[in-house]
Design a binder for this molecule. Structure first.
Ligand code: SAT
Ligand code: MN
Length: 597
């Protein structure tokens, strides 16, 4: 059996890369697929796979008049989000994975998962999916190959990455590629594992068919393995959107911003400025991940390693994100949204009337007024970035864009003010390190509890969090022209539980202040926490229907809240033990002294 598989893998392969061929043959010998198909990324292949996915029920075609080229996929109801408790970093020493990751010893993990993978593709097709993370040929771009038995995964990877022949050509005969193995197995949560082997540049994912668990280029390679490689090679792999903001004078400033999953990164990256900002333009470079390295001119350059968006659907509408609505109007895969009787899709928070009747995300009949959600709260769209009306002309630039500001933003109903600027890089790293956020539906588990989420990387850092923060501090030395660092919080609530700041397009006002600070154009007010907009020459609030008290509330610093915040930060730093960076401990002491003083 094994030699037949190996021969089949080699015979049809569109490459002579010996390392790749040997690896594919070895994985095929273990998983024993009936067929091996090398994906070329062509239109014909897309059509063939789509037809097949429709035939086997994986995809439901949507009304071609309403949603041309769009399909609906319903995942297994036990498989609707990332599973952090089943995600492992497999390093020889437990300390290398650190206290914030689940750990398995590599040999033990390979042995355990081999038993699951053994023969799991019998009767199935193994797709070989070569893909590039980053614009083809760029200095930051990495190649991965994902072996998968899911046509849904292939069709998603085709949107999310530069997939197929072009990636294989870029790889050539090199052995420098990420080895990803995925099988949906029997979609049983008891036999579900997402294992990362940073030393081997390898990912094994078993038992899931959903998003970040299986689109291995995304969270697994671009963040977990990426962050590990970034430390080795002197760059940063971050959970950040990248946008360009252009003023009426034609000056473009590029900004990277970290927010946890499902906290509005996609909305922010595609924002349309309010009418008071005529002449201003926001353009998207990326909506989820940034790879950043120092460039020859001493600035920090960022690329978006992805080619598509895997965004949260509920809440998306023409008010919150018109550009996303345009983006998902065609050629989009929807996962776990509701279906209308006329073959369109629906979700909570969509524009217009709630339909009388729907088929919900599980395929069951649904009636208006039902207490159940019609679309899953973590339902997603997969759409090519080329659909985005405000895609930056630089999104495909292999060199990336120079970053002038970095923003850290959590979801906090209290404590953290609307915006502040860090005193310097080290203080900015402290702000990022002490980020907290209320949990969302993007991962399984309780929603709405505050957890420390340093730089929005808690679920995505592929090594010891203390070393990661030290790496951020160390990067200062290799970036002569450091970006300025800011902290924002769009999610602060008043005492009635209502959001104080209107958010969405109005975030442009905060962005303008950040741009002005970056270029040294506005004075600022020093506070205990950092620099904030001045009352007189601060945020432009023209046209905003917001009482002055609301702004005071959204920007206020309450010392009692900060006392408990410091406690919670302390628990986090204690977890890092001796790896808690000294410079950050000093920042902490300074903050305590300021608050006590
Ligand atoms: O499922 S994903 O991990 O890709 C989405 C997210 O959590 O941001
Ligand atoms: Mn994300």
């Amino acid at each position: 059996m094994a030699s037949t598989q190996a021969a089949a893998a080699t015979e049809q392969a569109p490459t002579k890369n010996p390392t790749l061929l040997a690896w594919v043959a070895k994985m095929a010998a273990m998983t024993q697929p009936d067929r091996i198909v090398w994906c070329d990324g062509s239109e014909a292949e897309k059509q063939r796979l789509t037809e097949q996915a429709v035939k086997d029920g994986t995809l439901i075609p949507l009304n071609p008049q309403k949603r041309p080229g769009c399909y609906l996929h319903r995942s297994n109801p036990n498989d609707v989000a990332r599973v952090e408790h089943l995600t492992f970093i497999c390093t020889p020493n437990k300390t290398d994975a650190g206290p914030t990751n689940n750990w398995m010893e590599p040999e033990a993990a390979y042995t355990k998962l081999s038993q699951l993978f053994e023969g799991c593709m019998k009767g199935r097709t193994m797709y070989v999916v070569p893909y590039a993370m980053g614009p083809l040929g760029g200095p930051s771009t990495k190649i991965g190959v994902e072996l998968t038995d899911s046509d849904y995964v292939v069709l998603n990877m085709r949107i999310m990455t530069r997939m197929g022949k072009a990636a294989l050509d870029m790889l050539g005969d090199s052995d420098d590629f990420n080895r990803g193995l995925h099988s949906t197995g029997d979609v049983n949560p008891d036999r579900r594992y997402i294992c990362h082997f940073p030393q081997d540049n390898t990912i094994w994912s078993f038992g899931s068919g959903y998003g970040g668990n299986v689109l291995l280029g995304k969270k697994c390679l671009a963040l977990r393995i990426g962050s590990y490689l970034g430390r080795e090679e002197g760059w940063l792999a971050e959970h950040m959107l990248i946008l360009g903001v252009t003023s009426p004078k034609g000056e473009t400033t590029y900004i990277a911003a970290a927010f946890p999953s499902a906290c509005g990164k996609t909305n922010f990256a595609m924002m349309i400025p309010p009418k008071e900002y005529a002449g201003w333009k926001i353009e998207t470079v990326g909506d989820d991940i940034a790879w950043m390295r120092p460039g020859p001119d001493g600035r920090l350059y960022a690329i978006n390693p992805e080619a598509g968006y895997f965004g949260v659907v509920p809440g998306t509408n023409y008010k919150t994100n018109p550009n996303a609505m345009e983006t998902i109007a065609k050629d989009t895969l929807f996962t776990n949204v509701a279906l209308t009787p006329d073959g369109d899709v629906w979700w909570e928070g969509k524009d217009g009337e709630v339909p009388e009747e729907l088929t919900d995300w599980q395929g069951k009949p649904w009636k208006k007024g039902s207490t159940e959600k019609a679309a899953h709260p973590n339902s997603r769209f997969t759409a090519p970035m080329s659909n985005n009306p405000v895609l930056s002309g630089k999104a495909n630039n292999p060199q990336g864009v120079p970053i002038s500001a970095i923003i850290f933003g959590g979801r906090r109903s209290n404590t953290v003010p609307l915006v502040l600027q860090a005193f310097n890089w080290t203080h900015g790293v402290f702000l990022g390190a002490t980020m907290g956020s209320e949990t969302t539906a993007a991962a399984t588990g309780k929603v709405g509890v505050v957890r420390r989420d340093p730089m929005a990387m808690l679920p995505f850092c592929g090594y010891h969090m203390g070393d990661y923060l030290q790496h951020w501090l160390d990067m200062q030395k290799s970036i002569p022209q450091l970006p300025k660092i800011f902290q924002v919080n769009w999610f602060r609530q008043d005492k009635n539980g209502k959001f104080i700041w209107p958010g969405f397009g109005e975030n442009m006002r905060v962005l303008e202040w950040i741009v002005n600070r970056v270029h040294g154009r506005v004075p600022t007010q020093e506070t205990l926490l950092g620099w904030v907009p001045r009352q007189d020459q601060g945020l432009n609030l023209n046209g905003l229907d917001l009482p002055a008290e609301a702004i005071t509330e959204a920007t206020s610093i309450k010392e009692d809240e900060w006392k408990s915040e410091l406690k919670s930060q302390e628990v986090f730093f204690e977890q890092l033990g001796t790896k808690a960076p000294e410079a950050l401990m000093l920042q902490r002491k300074l903050l305590i002294a300021r608050l006590d003083g």
